[in-house]
Design a protein around this ligand. Structure first.
Ligand code: MG
Length: 279
């Protein structure tokens, strides 16, 4: 829906973006550790312990732990959403990964007051071909959104690019209840970023914006439901879901993918900021 509320966007200086890069690299390191640890027989609680250890060893703080939407604090450092769980699933000793699972791990870290936030979807052992295709479609749509951030005039350009990329990849549902967001000295800032919509809407894209781009897509219908724990979001039809996210900064000369180890250079080429090339 059209938002009449005036957006309060925090524009970062180049020096502040460098601080966000440091936080982003902590998140990237957690992702590396998650890819290594996520195997059949491992519980999501164990993944959470590893993630928290990586974050605290880097001198950072897990952004998610204690995060409160008004119903009590989130108890863990990651969200670990398996199969039909879309986002915000709480790690648990009883959630043990099995061959064929698709797990989306979302993690946030705050370092020196600046946040990084990113998610990956990981295949556990051999998964069904449609699970791989879903994961790849989600990643491709995120990168389409990130490329659009380098070229579009308005925020809607990002949303529209994600929607078109998902549509080009196959018959997938785009989850509408959740989206990307501004990020900086808080994990969630303006603007909210829809994963669908017209090109010419929303605030102007400007140097100094830092955005978390995060499509969530499903193999079936896009409708979701919340479990009784007050956090876990699942698909209503039980179909599997994928969730991929990076934190990016709009720099004078391109986009810096703050939570990607290479700053986004491989995927973005000349659209990547020079800072990313010099990482
Ligand atoms: Mg996010």
């Amino acid at each position: 829906m059209f938002r009449r509320r005036r957006q309060s966007i925090q524009y970062k200086t180049p020096q502040q973006v460098v601080k966000m890069r440091a936080a982003g690299l902590v998140v990237a390191e957690v992702h590396r550790a998650m890819r290594e640890a996520a195997k059949p027989g491992v519980s999501t609680a164990e993944l959470d312990r590893i993630a928290e250890d990586v974050i605290r060893s880097a001198g950072a703080i897990p952004s998610f732990k204690g995060y409160d939407l008004g119903f009590g604090p989130y108890p863990a450092s990651i969200c670990s959403s398996v199969n039909e769980q879309v986002v915000h699933a709480i790690p648990s000793e009883t959630a043990v990964l099995a061959e064929g699972d698709l797990i989306s791990i979302d993690v946030g870290a705050v370092l020196d007051g600046w946040h990084g936030d990113a998610a990956i979807t990981i295949e556990i052992g051999r998964v069904a071909p449609e699970a791989t295709a879903l994961r790849e479609a989600c990643e491709a749509s995120m990168w389409a959104g990130i490329r659009a951030a380098a070229t579009a005039k308005r925020l809607g350009g990002i949303s529209n690019a994600i929607e078109r990329a998902v549509g080009a990849a196959g018959e997938y549902g785009i989850v509408t209840g959740f989206g990307g967001h501004g990020i900086g000295t808080e994990m969630h800032q303006d603007p909210h970023i829809l994963n669908y919509g017209p090109v010419n809407e929303g605030p102007r894209l400007r140097t100094g914006m830092a955005l978390a781009i995060e499509p969530m897509i499903t193999l079936g219908a896009p409708d979701t439901a919340e479990l009784d724990d007050g956090w876990t979001i699942v698909t209503e039809d039980g179909s599997i879901a994928a969730h991929t996210e990076h934190t990016i900064a709009l720099c004078e000369d391109g986009v810096w993918v703050l939570t990607a180890p290479d700053g986004g250079v491989e995927q973005l080429g000349e659209l990547a900021a020079s800072a990313a090339h010099h990482d």
